[in-house]
Design a protein around this ligand. Sequence first.
Ligand code: SF4
Ligand code: FES
Length: 367
Amino acid sequence: MADEIKLFKVTIDNITIEVEPGTTILNAARKIGGDVAPPAMCYYTKLKGSGGKCRTCLVEVAAGSAADPRPMPKLVASCRTTIMDGMIVKNITSDRVIDARNGVVEFLLLNHPLDCPICDQAGECHLQDLSYEHGKEGTRYEFNRRTFEKHDLGPYIQLHMTRCILCYRCVYTADQLTNKRVHGVLDRGDHSEIATYIEKSLDNDFIGNVIDVCPVGALTDKTFRFKNRVWFTKPVDAHCGCDKCSGKATLWLRGDEVFRVTARKDQWGEVEDWICNTCRFERKKTSDWIIEGPTKVSRHSVISQGHYVGLKMPNETIEKVMDGRKPKLLMDIHDISEVNERDIDLSLIQGPAHSDDFKGNNSPGTA
Ligand code: SF4
Ligand code: FES
């Protein structure tokens, strides 16, 4: 009989769990979940060697182990530090960590443009979330932001180097997933940039996955660019009989139109199954796919606005106290506006309203 693995006890933010030896603090914290899991901008479970670059996942180790309970003098990168038996870690319960994370976000934003209103990543950008949680209202930076010469990465992928935080995820993806990596991080320090050195196009199969792993809007999909805000689209899980990849994807629909195809992501925003370029860039018709149902989107995400799965409407009490009469709190909008047809009940429309919903009276929202 195989020897049983002795599990290590670790306490993170006062919650104790047992994990296998070799588990990183980040992954142990993810087992607990919620806010206890530190943010991670460069670590990616499926990419070997990732992590240790961005410092957003810093935590305080208040006791190194049961055998040696001395605290670690500096904050450590939780994605690169493995747990020891009896370790005590503080993440959101440590003022030092929160202070350091505020500083890291300030550094990340030194050069990153705040162009969320025109960035395709808006609504699903980890840096946008971090800047809401930890960012400052203004900048203390007095110098010009970095600018770069524009590089054309080919027909599929658009690079906005000013948005890049040099997390290296796209480099590892190209290394570990495609048959040949043609891009990398060139130069050093402030001049470091993602480029192909001599203009080359990123078009080998599976390279489209760099778009999904990029935590910011530095690499975006040219077939979707500027076409829609992500929260106006409706994500559905779909699959196809692809012979190159798992064929499991998320379609981002507007009406029946497929605006974008991405890999499916887990609760940490990481790809579940890599998809090939054909699925991502060429299968843009609903007839190319078998639709399984709405994608589960965290209710905290702006993407979930308007399309909750398993929505339970709250009890309407006003009608009850008004003897069954429907409340007319201020006015009937249709009396003064002809924008919406009065027969269409917007709350009955699945997902965001589309112009098709207002054609004729057979629409799903017709009361
Ligand atoms: S382009 Fe995106 S994935 Fe690549 S290093 Fe920059 S931020 Fe990371
Ligand atoms: S996620 Fe740990 S350093 Fe970036």
